[in-house]
Design a binder for this molecule. Sequence first.
Ligand code: PLP
Length: 430
Amino acid sequence: MTARASAGPLAAIAAPAWIDRWLAACHDLAELERSNPMTDAVIEEIDGRMIRVGDQWLADFASCNYLGFDLEREIIDAVPAYLEKWGTHPSWSRLLGSPVLYTQIEDRLSELLGAEDTLVLPTITLIHMSVIPVLAGSGTIYVESRAHKTIYEGCQLAGARGATVKRFQFEDADDLERLLKEGGPTPRLICIDGVNSMTGNAVDLAEFARLARAYEALLYVDDAHGFGVIGERSDDELSPFGNRGNGIVRYAGDTYDHVLLVAGLSKAYSSLAAFLTCPPELKRLLKTAAPPYLYSGPSPIASLATVLAGLDVNDKRGDAVRAGLWRRTAAVLDHLDRLGVHTPNRSGFPIIEVPLAHHEDIDAVGRFLFDNGIYVTLAAYPLVPRSEVGFRIQVTAANTDAEIEQLTDALGRLVTRFDLQPARTSERAA
Ligand SMILES: Cc1ncc(COP(=O)(O)O)c(C=O)c1O
């Protein structure tokens, strides 16, 4: 079957060549979407971190609600009062007017992060698509080869508007420096992930920030998976994730000099919103230069409410929640070690990818885990290179010990049925 034929209704329109190429690249994923119960599922009910798909109850290890704030009673109970006061949805674009809740969130985020100021927009995707082109202008973007797909979308748009886009090797500061030394149009923008969404590891932020400062570039960091989970280090921290969950810059003990942090509230804070750190003059510029501020619908009131209530809970007991998350994640990583199974996770952070020895097994492995009551993210090609096709476990603070045990039992059975990649020398840091 050709990619065009598999496009169904798309066959009726004159699809441009890039659609054919894209659909061909996504062929493996499209097959899973059609046939595997672990993708595109309809979740009919939840009970804590258990989910029901059809008749099957599964322990959910695919959620990014790392802190379990989606189920936190204090946060849920806070919402109705905000709805009473503000209705369900502001429905002004932000340039027209923003409920004061936005100002409160931006002030509190700035304080938490230790940044001069922040700007809240609905999603990280919208931030990448609108802010990267503004920052890059007709200069040069240096993008890490495995940066998140949404960063690439922003870079492509910037490219269409006159920026030059260069790609450097994953986690390779030397390769970046080689490109920086080549020169090229300014301004210079370096785009990377903070905690990588597939490996679960943190970038060497201090080294990339040093290069940004040395070459008069701006380091643009997408910390969707780090914010809320990792934060500033201290001698009295309750876990190796650090304190306060204030993101990778503080975790690395660095500053926002030549560094711009982007993160979402839709993962750790379980709310539809996202933000970037920015000095006041950049914030002013973005209010008229970033289209989502002018034209897009805002976050629903319930999401603004859950951000504010989530920040309260984070202040009160966030570090204890993170300590529980660290303990649960460590239990899974230790079990993989005992099974002799490889994961790229060296950090101890709660994203654990398990690559298969044979990428063709992905469909059967997904079914096996589903039948054993475990819901994970299937990492098919092209989401990861073929050598890393497998599944991604995300641990959250709301997963119970019983669910962790259910997962480790299922992994024990899985290794008797399928070949996973053998463990390499343990590099785990945390
Ligand atoms: C690293 C990273 N960046 C960006 C996004 C997209 O975030 P949003 O849903 O806020 O657009 C994701 C979503 O999974 C992500 O993992």
